[in-house]
Design a binder for this molecule. Structure first.
Ligand SMILES: NC(=O)c1ccc[n+]([C@@H]2O[C@H](COP(=O)([O-])OP(=O)(O)OC[C@H]3O[C@@H](n4cnc5c(N)ncnc54)[C@H](O)[C@@H]3O)[C@@H](O)[C@H]2O)c1
Length: 257
């Protein structure tokens, strides 16, 4: 095997992706399948038309700890390993903050923070129980966990980013550092990927928003949904064997000025 192939080899690894049928989840599942990994895709509901060939789908709400543990155990019983956990499931809420109801706050915190925590906790407990030797966790955070949204760009866009979303994503970045430190002795690396705005061809953001965002971004455009995958494959591979506790921001330079 040539050096580069060996460095990024993910063949036969078991990769579990949460939020697997969403915009980024689908791309993540496709990418790891094309690396010949065994991909298990988790989401609340799995519709037939959303399935990607070769991905093993299971339905679960990651904010329900007991059900989640059962699903993780089922994955390990089936594959005898669990190498890479990708905490990609995430939700937001878009009311003006003056009108934000408590249920919206609970929903965003329940999935983004509690759900991500339950996934990590369940994974690590089973990792210990099954005496696994090596693991990698990648948390999908956001640039809005690093900087505030710039409200000047949201003119015609109904999906204005919320403070609670940003707070949970900042929490995910902090949890990444916390667990990188606490799990280093177990040989589990924990890193985050923080995307900037990703263009959604199936449900495009408003044209003013795209124009304003592109003007504000040094690379003058939004991300394509495949532009996060290289960093994820890097972080989960041997190429990143000494990389833990990091947050790779992929935003075309948006947060650099
Ligand atoms: N798209 C972007 O521009 C962007 C930018 C920065 C960060 N992100 C982050 O990337 C991740 C993926 O975003 P996306 O754009 O693909 O969103 P998406 O809404 O298309 O997909 C999210 C998926 O998570 C699933 N999900 C929600 N709650 C769940 C739960 N309780 N249990 C299991 N699954 C659940 C949803 O069903 C959905 O399939 C999210 O964490 C998001 O915050 C996205």
């Amino acid at each position: 095997m040539i050096y580069l192939e060996k460095l990024f080899d993910l063949q036969d690894k078991v990769v579990v992706v949460t939020g697997a049928t969403g915009q980024l989840g689908k791309k993540i599942c496709e990418a790891y399948r094309s690396c010949q990994a065994n991909v298990v895709g988790l989401d609340l509901t799995i519709n037939e038309k959303e399935r990607i060939e070769g991905v093993d789908y299971m339905e679960v709400d990651i904010s329900k700890k007991d059900v989640l543990v059962g699903i993780f155990r089922k994955i390990i019983n089936k594959y005898n390993r669990f190498d890479i956990l990708i905490n990609n499931a995430g939700v937001s809420t878009f009311e003006p903050f003056e009108e934000r109801p408590e249920e919206s706050i609970d929903q965003v915190m329940g999935v983004n923070l509690k759900g991500t925590f339950f996934c990590i906790q369940s994974y690590v407990n089973l990792f210990d129980e099954f005496k696994f030797e090596k693991g990698s966790i990648i948390n999908i955070a956001s640039i809005y966990g690093v900087v505030s949204p710039d409200y000047r760009i949201y003119t015609d866009c109904k999906r204005k980013n919320s403070e609670i979303y940003g707070a949970t994503k900042a929490g995910v970045i902090q949890m990444t550092k916390y667990f990188a430190v606490h799990l280093a002795d177990r040989n589990i690396r924990v890193n985050a990927v923080s995307p900037g705005g990703v263009y959604n061809p199936e449900n495009p953001q408003g044209s003013d928003f795209i124009k304003n965002y592109s003007f504000r971004c040094p690379m003058k455009r939004m991300a394509n949904d495949s532009e996060l995958l290289g960093a994820m494959i890097y972080l989960s591979s041997e190429a990143a064997s000494y990389t833990t506790g990091q947050n790779i921001v992929i935003d075309g330079g948006f947060s650099a000025w």
